[in-house]
Design a protein around this ligand. Sequence first.
Ligand code: PLP
Length: 359
Amino acid sequence: MRIHNFSAGPSVLPLSVLEKAAAEMLTHGHDGMSVMEMSHRSKAYQAIFDKTYERLASLLSLPKDYHILFMQGGATTQFAALPLNLLNGSGKADYVDTGSWSLAAIDEGRKYGDIAVAASSEDSDYTTIPDLKGQWWRPDADYVHLTSNNTIYGTAFDTFPDTGSVPLVADMSSDLLSRPIDVSKFGLIYAGAQKNAGCAGLTLVIVREDLLGMAHKLTPVMLDYKVQMKKGSMYNTPPTYAIYIAGLVYDWLHEQGDLAGIAAVNQKKAALLYNFLDQSTLFHARVEAPHRSLMNIPFMLPDELTEEKFLKEADQRGFANLKGHRSVGGMRASLYNALSFESVTQLVLFMADFEQRHL
Ligand SMILES: *Cc1c(COP(=O)(O)O)cnc(C)c1O
């Protein structure tokens, strides 16, 4: 029996995607072999790759002058690939600090150049998104960087700043494909696929064409965006099966009414949980509107003993992975695309019942 999986990543996948993958495990269509067994240079595999690329481009309404790269190494590898490829003008880049993942990006970036923290929400213990008005970045910066959704702290950018001629770069690991975005506002977007855009092993990079071809000469060939673009993301063996699973996820998203369709469901799911938390006398949300993430919702109980009790009961009733990140404590429910409205409904009913018994 499948349980309600609130994992922050790797995370729940649509049931129909898993069923399709299971049905095609021994032989994919008329290809006579599983996708895992195909040569990445074969016609059969190229067809899977092309279909995945086209579907993703369509979901994103990808502008003509952008490329999608299917890479490996997770978002963490992009923390280095990004400065290696883009930090080669003034050697300066400005980062927005919204907690753990953005700080990891900053630390890695500092190995390669002059990285400044242009804005930070540290003062609020990362319960807010900094107010980005006026000229907060250096005009000669090679790029500015932000983390669109903060997986650990449960905050998210509602709108994105206009940084003029300085390319805006975003780590969208935990909210890419959860809502429509205007790709043309960004110079580059990257995301590990395992939160909301596929399974682990695949990393997506969406990059504007004019930012290609400036990589530092010591950039490993695997991390050179221009090389990956020219080779169709197949300079070497790509993560073939993870790309295939991603393709099934993108088809599923299309069936949900594309990104506008899934965004409406995501709004409803998050509203259900936040509304419960806001009226509860026992539970409370860690983050206040308008800084709230729709994807990752950290919440608290009055003391650690009650939290332990809640998590134990939740586990017994089939609500998995609700323990908060160790740096925040409490609980965290991740409501990614593939987590059903029904799972959130069941969770809220359970929380209401728990509250009744513990007031
Ligand atoms: C999970 C996550 C990362 C790290 O991703 P990996 O693919 O494991 O390297 C980076 N940034 C954000 C926002 C994340 O949620």
